[in-house]
Write a protein that binds this ligand. Structure first.
Ligand code: ASP
Length: 610
């Protein structure tokens, strides 16, 4: 028989009572985490979001004991009782309330619970599908409660900081038109205008720029964004960004604000971030790390081309025009033959590049080169040192028929590929030997700003330039003249904030002039008609007194995941979708009724026809 709550009021939360409360009369409410029935004595661990209190129900409590006997895991109870100090031998040091227990005078059974596929008290984690299907139970687990509480604290800390800096939190629409951020749109059909669709925003980009045109000066929003991307392990189709925009902004102003709110966010786990973060251009990042999101926990690569005399290069079949870089992974020590062979396997079967994984062997044949490499790369005695170089390719990439500048581009592309290959190997080695060098332990937070990204990326498949960030990003003031003549060389006023090799956010100074925006659309291959059709309203707005402005957006889910030390975004999002974009709890997406489709003027072609 279930009881009603009636007028009963809770006096304490389950994690609150201490030795100093001994003797108090209390009312606790919560879930039965565990129950142990010793016959005369029944122990119930009562849990709420603050913790657990041990409740003792003795046989002489009569009705309370009868009730407790029927109780099972996750039943919902109210316990009226008094606080008693535990005997010395039974103190539980693992929980905050471990010095006391509550002796029940009465128990009210507020609700029961069907047998569960897993319980919050289980020590072994259930499989993720089961957890997601019964997310309400999974969220009761202390780890999930902690993560969601942390998320709350982080959001509040960021909000408070931004408010203190004069930002307004302003909402922008979810039902809107396409905002290009490089993914597909989620579409919402209009019933009123059959055949027409709203798009869910990939980001509030255009709206936040319009808010600057509207004179709001500093905007932020902790906002859901929607991107229909190809399925990848740790991506969510809807995710949360900390989105902001500033009028009359220079990149440094944006950096300062982001550093401030990240400092506030990290202080929620007691970490005091050192600001300002270092900065590095995209070009430097590629040369030093072979990637645009360097992980600073491992030393950068060293350019060791000068270590080799031209004759050495010829003997080694190394392309003298390409980079030769050394990778140093600290404290990895001497590797066995087998380990060294594995480096070759990790590097893959590349024709364009080669790896010298055994410096000692290089030392035997080219002692001077090896000595110079050591001088340039500065490894300590116990560090692993590996060198990567470009192969002389048998088939001449630079065919004579190539116009001169094409050859330069190819050479440049090849140089990029060598840096990238070395960068990948550097990361793979750092992962493989993580235990030995110890740089990846939780709490080692190394932030970085990467600046001056290229404005455009060549899309091989489409045969045209794409915006590397988004099409509203301003080119570097000094590179404007190359927009038509040499788009590949145009740098953007774009920046990323990177933490330990992960991009946390991207932003840019925007184009605030209509003539330049139209030029960029044109460089992206958009005809004037297409520009009008897609962005006519925006090109129009830009003409009504647009101030220079810039901003950024950072992924909140990822930040919380890092702060929580969690392995997946799904651990910090209350109701996530699976890697296959499915919500297993509510079972979405689902087909809709024929009537709904008819109202929307939509006919679904069979799946197999898609
Ligand atoms: N809208 C961009 C994004 O979502 C961020 C920005 O440029 O502010 O990545």
């Amino acid at each position: 028989m279930l009881d009603f709550l009636g007028y009963l009021k809770r006096t304490h939360m389950c994690g609150e009572l201490r030795a100093s409360d001994a003797g108090s009369k209390v009312v606790l409410m919560g879930w039965v985490n565990k129950r142990r029935d010793l016959g005369n004595l029944i122990f119930l661990d009562l849990r709420d979001r603050t913790g657990i209190t041990q409740v003792v129900v003795t046989a002489d409590s009569g009705a309370a004991h009868d009730k407790a006997a029927d109780v099972r895991s996750e039943f919902v109870l109210a316990v009226i009782g008094h606080v008693k100090l535990r005997d010395q031998g039974t103190v539980n040091k693992n929980i905050a309330t471990g010095e006391i227990e509550v002796v029940a005078d009465a128990v009210r059974l507020l609700n029961d619970c069907k047998p569960l596929p897993f319980t919050p008290a289980d020590t072994v984690l259930a499989n993720e599908e089961v957890r997601l299907k019964h997310r309400y139970v999974d969220l009761r687990r202390p780890e999930m409660q902690r993560n969601i509480q942390l998320r709350h604290k982080v959001s509040i800390a960021i909000r408070e900081f931004l408010n203190s800096q004069g930002f307004y939190e302003i909402e922008t629409p979810f039902m809107t038109r396409s905002t290009p951020e490089g993914a597909r749109d989620y579409l919402v059909p209009s019933r009123v205008y059959p055949g027409e669709f709203y798009a869910l925003p990939q980001s509030p980009q255009i709206f936040k720029q319009i808010l600057m045109i509207s004179g709001f000066d500093k905007y932020f929003q902790i906002v859901r964004c929607f991107r229909d991307e190809d399925l990848r392990a740790d991506r969510q189709p809807e995710f949360t960004q900390i989105d902001l925009e500033i009028s009359f902004a220079r990149p440094e102003m944006v950096f300062h604000v982001v550093e401030g709110f990240l400092k506030a966010a990290f202080s929620t786990i007691g970490v005091d971030l050192h600001t300002p973060f270092p900065q590095m251009s995209y070009d430097q990042a590629i040369r030093l790390y072979g990637i645009d999101k360097p992980d600073l926990r491992i030393p950068c690569m060293a350019d060791v081309r000068e270590a080799f005399a031209p004759a050495n290069l010829e003997t080694l079949h190394v392309d003298a025009e390409l980079p030769i870089v050394a990778i140093v992974i600290p404290k990895v020590g001497d590797l066995s033959r087998k380990d060294r062979d594995e480096i070759k396997t990790m590097f893959g079967d590349r024709k364009d590049a080669k790896v010298f994984e055994d410096i000692k062997r290089l030392e035997k044949s080219f002692p001077e080169a090896a000595a110079k490499i050591r001088e340039l790369a500065k490894p300590n005695a116990e560090d692993l040192l590996v060198v990567v170089a470009g192969n002389v390719l048998a088939t001449a990439a630079n065919a004579v028929t190539d116009p001169a500048h094409q050859t330069a581009v190819r050479q440049c592309q090849r140089a990029y590929e060598i840096y990238a290959a070395a960068g990948q190997l550097r990361l793979a080695l750092a992962q493989k030997y993580a235990e030995r060098h110890g740089a990846f332990k939780h709490g080692n937070f190394r932030f970085l700003w990467v600046t001056d990204f290229p404005m455009f990326e060549w899309d091989e498949a489409e045969g045209r330039w794409n915006a590397a960030h988004h099409p509203f990003t301003s080119p570097h003031e000094h590179d404007m003249d190359k927009l038509e003549s040499d788009p590949g060389a145009v740098r953007a006023l774009a920046y990323d904030v990177v933490l330990n090799g992960t991009e946390l956010g991207s932003g840019s100074i925007r184009i605030h002039r209509q003539d330049i925006q139209a030029k960029i659309f044109k460089a992206l291959g958009m005809s004037p008609e297409e520009q009008q059709a897609r962005f006519g309203f925006f090109l129009e707005a830009l003409q009504y007194g647009t101030p220079p402005h810039g901003g950024i957006a950072l992924g909140l889910d990822r930040i919380v995941m890092i702060l929580a030390g969690a392995e997946s975004l799904r651990e910090v999002i209350p109701f996530p979708k699976t890697a296959k974009a499915v919500d297993l709890m509510v079972d979405a997406p689902t087909p809709v009724s024929a009537r709904q489709l008819k109202e929307l003027g939509i006919a679904v072609v069979g799946k197999k026809d898609l």
